[in-house]
Design a protein around this ligand. Structure first.
Ligand code: KG4
Ligand code: ZN
Length: 335
């Protein structure tokens, strides 16, 4: 069978990423320019600055991938790009670059949903076995997605307010940890004790999440401690906070895995890099005899490789060339 090359572009938030993916499972070359250090100065991603930086970097990143791959743009079979959800100004840069290349080189243009990308990051190094449940935990999402075949997504639960990564970052900011605070909270949590009294967020039988109450509880706790003249013990707060989040995640995942009787659990998204979450899910899946797919750390946070992977399997499952592709900031992943 002929080899199939997809050039993929991802610019939904603050990473300008381009990848060349062969046959849906070989990452030939990925270049990602992270704007993290720029946004750190502001305590979070500033949309206008993000899109301006994508604009500055996109051609350089594209050029680096193509030049180092030894391929020519005319040899590529399709161009895939994240069309949403994400920051509109950021998405527009990637989609416009992809549209331009697709038009000039007369290639199919494939619009990819960002969450499908996070799920298919797990497909790079492993086969999918259906039915499966994907748990997508990122800066913008916390969702359970059920799949009974490739490129068919059914949302069975999601966050009602803040996403999990966003909550980590906001709690981190409250205790003076720079953006993105998630990985630092994860590390600090290994050093502290669970001494702070915090609530379990939406501890019910649904497959939904709600993290805003826990976030407010942390803010109140910090204020009360300061009023009493106490400093917050960052390690203990990180441990107490992370324990609540992981407890609820594991409880709901156990419920979802048993209710839907799936063969695999696929973890995806930036928070999939969380050491404690990986450990607890490994234990849970061993107990329930469900295979767990954990993406390598470099494929957890935003990257274009995952976009190239999902495009390949999408193409085999009704994903069509869309030369008039438009961006979308909020669309649900359903098909
Ligand atoms: O998937 P991603 O790169 O971007 C979105 O699609 O949102 O996820 C970024 C998020 C940030 O909120 C970051 O703090 C979080 O992932 N994150 C972590 C860890 N590593 C990254 N959160 C908790 N523990 C980690 N180890
Ligand atoms: Zn993401």
């Amino acid at each position: 069978m002929k080899d199939y090359y997809i050039l993929a572009i991802e610019t939904s938030c603050d990473e300008t990423s381009v990848s060349l993916v062969k046959n849906g499972n070989q990452d030939l070359k990925t270049v990602t320019f992270s704007q993290m250090d720029i946004h750190k100065l502001y305590g979070g991603v500033v949309p206008e600055i993000a899109s301006r930086n994508h604009l500055e970097k996109i051609t350089l990143v594209l050029e680096e991938v193509i030049l180092s791959s030894g391929l020519k743009l005319k040899d590529i079979d399709a161009i895939a790009v994240t069309y949403g959800p994400g920051l509109i100004g950021s998405l527009l840069i990637g989609v416009q670059a992809a549209k331009t290349l697709a038009f000039i080189y007369q290639k199919p243009l494939l619009g990819i949903h960002h969450l499908a990308g996070h799920i298919y990051a797990g497909r790079l190094e492993n086969e999918f076995k259906f039915p499966l449940i994907a748990l997508v935990v990122s800066g913008g999402h916390t969702e359970f997605i059920y799949m009974d075949q490739d490129y068919h997504f059914l949302k069975i639960g999601g966050t009602l307010d803040d996403a999990i990564g966003e909550t980590y970052d906001k709690v981190a900011r409250m205790i003076g940890i720079p953006y993105p605070g998630g990985p630092i909270i994860d590390s600090l949590a290994t050093l502290g004790q669970d001494t702070y009294d915090l609530p379990l967020p939406l501890d019910d039988d649904s497959f939904n999440f709600s993290f805003s109450g826990l976030k407010s509880a942390v803010a109140n706790l910090i204020n009360q401690e300061r009023k009493k003249g106490f400093d917050i013990r960052k390690e203990d707060l990180a441990t107490s906070f992370q324990n609540r989040v992981i407890t609820v995640l594991i409880k709901k995942t156990r419920h979802a895995l048993t209710e839907y009787k799936v063969k695999q659990l696929v973890l995806g998204g930036g928070v999939a890099a969380n050491k404690r979450l990986r450990l607890e899910l490994t234990k849970l899946c061993q107990q329930l005899k469900v295979e767990l797919l954990l993406p390598s750390i470099k494929y957890c946070t935003d990257n274009a490789t995952m976009i190239g992977v999902v495009a390949y399997y999408g193409l085999k499952n009704n994903l069509k060339d869309n030369p008039n592709l438009d961006v979308c900031s909020t669309e649900n992943l359903e098909s």
